[in-house]
Design a binder for this molecule. Structure first.
Ligand code: OOG
Ligand code: MG
Length: 255
């Protein structure tokens, strides 16, 4: 039997102190149900330290991401206010184990949603969309994990930055995007890499994550998942995501 509370303390401490840990699944199997229970308890520890739940991140919603990490299931994690970085901010590399960054689309909800929705119903709950970047930081050594490990580790959530919001009337199913580091493109892609259309990621969030959270709430941010492989951040880099028609968003990497 998995000791959920003990596992939750281990991943939470690894994240808090930026220290890598061995994969749980190296020593014992970890079911998806238990892994989400570990995630819930580890994030509850963050909330008890004063952080606030502000949304959900979807993960492994593109082939590029599934291939990069070797896990082929859509997963989700919880976002807190402490994970949000201001546009143009400098993040501190030493607060992470081995941070990576990836281009995403963010949804801002204007209605509570839960359960089985059509694409149109999901779109109807969206107040605005924005280009966003997620900073992921697996707490496992060498960024290597199995499905249960990554779910328990809050699906590698560690930071996110959101650009300017646009109307959801902007068609966003197939927007070109470029992730640039120090002015050079390192990843080029399209929002269509996210489940064929990022709205499907919001539908998946309502089906998979909402039941565990008592619904997805108006005012929450939902990150649709990386559209390309993630880039490993190095001190001194400036990273900018530009998304066709939606503008750009950037951050810097400090020591
Ligand atoms: C797992 C989290 C995946 C995404 O956008 O696909 C994710 C990882 O890559 O560490 O955030
Ligand atoms: Mg992501």
């Amino acid at each position: 039997m998995t000791d959920v509370a003990a596992y939750a303390e281990i991943v939470d401490e690894a994240a808090r102190t930026a220290r890598a840990i061995p994969q749980f699944t190296d020593s014992a199997p970890l079911s998806v149900i238990d892994a989400y229970a570990v995630q819930a308890q580890s994030v509850a520890r963050r909330l008890s330290r004063g952080e606030r739940l502000v949304g959900v991140k979807m993960g492994l919603t593109s082939r590029a991401k599934m291939i990069q990490v070797g896990v082929a299931e859509v997963i989700w994690g919880r976002l807190t206010d402490a994970m949000r970085l201001e546009e143009g901010a400098s993040l501190s590399h030493k607060k992470y184990v081995h941070p990576r960054i990836e281009p995403e689309l963010a949804f801002l909800l204007k209605k509570d949603i839960d359960g089985e929705l059509t694409n149109a119903q999901a779109l109807d709950a969206v107040e605005a969309i924005a280009p966003a970047m997620e900073i992921i930081d697996s707490r496992y050594e060498n960024f290597k994990f199995a499905l249960g490990d990554v779910i328990a580790d809050n699906s590698s959530s560690s930071g996110f930055v959101v650009g300017s919001w646009s109307s959801p009337a902007t068609r966003f199913a197939n927007l070109g995007l470029s992730l640039e580091v120090d002015g050079r493109p390192v990843e080029i892609g399209s929002t269509s890499a996210i489940l064929g259309d990022p709205i499907r990621s919001l539908v998946a969030a309502a089906r998979l994550a909402a039941p565990a959270l008592g619904g997805l709430k108006a005012g929450w941010i939902i990150l649709a998942g990386g559209a390309t492989a993630a880039h490993s951040l190095k001190i001194g880099e400036s990273v900018r995501l530009t998304m066709q028609g939606l503008g750009s968003v950037s951050i810097k990497v400090g020591a």
